[in-house]
Design a protein around this ligand. Sequence first.
Ligand SMILES: Cc1cc2nc3c(=O)[nH]c(=O)nc-3n(C[C@H](O)[C@H](O)[C@H](O)COP(=O)(O)OP(=O)(O)OC[C@H]3O[C@@H](n4cnc5c(N)ncnc54)[C@H](O)[C@@H]3O)c2cc1C
Length: 430
Amino acid sequence: MPAPPPAPRRRSTAPPYSLWRLLREGLRAQAGWPRAWRAAAPRERYQVVIVGGGGHGLATAFYLASEYGIHDVAVIERGPIGLGNVGRNTTIVRSNYFHPANIRFYDYSLRLWEGLEQRLNFNTMVSQRGTLNLFHTEAQRDLFTRRANQMRLLGVDAEVLSREAVQARVPLVDLDNGRFPVLGGFLQPRGGTVRHDAVAWGYARAASALGVDIIEHCPVTGIRCAGGRALGVETARGFIAADTVCLAVAGHSSRLAAMAGLTLPIETHVLQAFVTEGLKPLLDVVLTYGAGHFYVSQSDKGGLVFGGAIDGYNSYAQRGALPMVEEVTAAAVTLLPALAPVKVLRQWGGVMDMTMDGSPLISPTPLAGLVLNGGWCYGGFKAIPAGGLTTAHLIATGTPHPLAAHLCLDRFARGCTVDERGAGPYPYAH
Ligand SMILES: Cc1cc2nc3c(=O)[nH]c(=O)nc-3n(C[C@H](O)[C@H](O)[C@H](O)COP(=O)(O)OP(=O)(O)OC[C@H]3O[C@@H](n4cnc5c(N)ncnc54)[C@H](O)[C@@H]3O)c2cc1C
């Protein structure tokens, strides 16, 4: 595996959280904490305007300031930050891909997660408890073995487990369940979970301390373009000019791109997630069912956090429908019958921008001064550190970062799609 680009260097300059400050604030009713990030009012012009205060937008702003010395940056968010997909996902991070370029990209992200708390001085609760994908047929076992070999060849951790090893790791699994008996598992020990909304807060706090303006409650309503270039954004609080506009709006990529006259190879779908009542510790790994789409982990509060596939119809609504609830919960009790009496406390949906090959977009666009970060499908949370860093590189240097060059928009025109699952151009199949 070629040496990765150097890890980000500088520390955040946000006021430190320390044991001393925690003790001091504990003794004076927590009254002395400053705002975690400044409430900025929009200026007339910035060097860079990032639309979308989700994980990717905030990480891009942070790395622009910390790695590339570009501090004249605004993040424009239509609501409060953290209420988009960055705070709606099932918090899984991993790099267990098959395509070499994807393994490199997502493993770089995993390495950034590993140092993120120190870098941001913010507790994002990175928990490398392992991700365990179960397999149920011999063909599936062969595919996972190939994937594990591919990862190991690139220096990334992966293990193939026997049935017995799966049972020892997760005693609750019903190996001989009536639907799809379990033959074994594919483990990435460094995979795990990260507290999702803390990621938004941590990046926002660190970016703001480096001079980035985070402007909340400011929907972008248009993109002003002339002569083949983006000039800035129309917002509910007036026009903001920019040398570069970056779209990092996740499920709304196609709507924002349309404001600049662009049509993206994206379909918009809804994906649901669920949380149960709090339980005693019973699952110390992220578990994935291979005979359907079901993944589950246990949060630090004790609730089981789980999800499945996209609902399968196009939607911009942040809520799903009952058929997927039935499908996901059926998979849950098939695999872990002990869960049958457990109550689901909460359920929600997020809006997904599904590309035609299932891989994301970190890309220049046909318009000068307009950069795109989107198309994250199911998996954009784990990519936030690498997505932010490589998008910042593209904005700062005008050239794609070597780790993200395969994610450019023109791959569809060139016939070089990155079809990780070999599923063809069908969003529901990715
Ligand atoms: C239920 C669910 C489970 C998931 N599970 C996982 C998982 O386990 N692991 C994983 O890796 N990924 C997962 N994902 C995917 C992941 O959450 C997303 O791919 C990722 O968060 C998208 O990037 P983001 O954080 O920047 O998006 P967002 O947080 O959605 O940020 C985009 C922002 O743009 C803002 N915006 C939109 N339009 C405008 C406008 N006109 N003006 C201004 N602002 C605007 C939105 O309000 C939003 O805050 C899951 C997603 C969902 C919905």
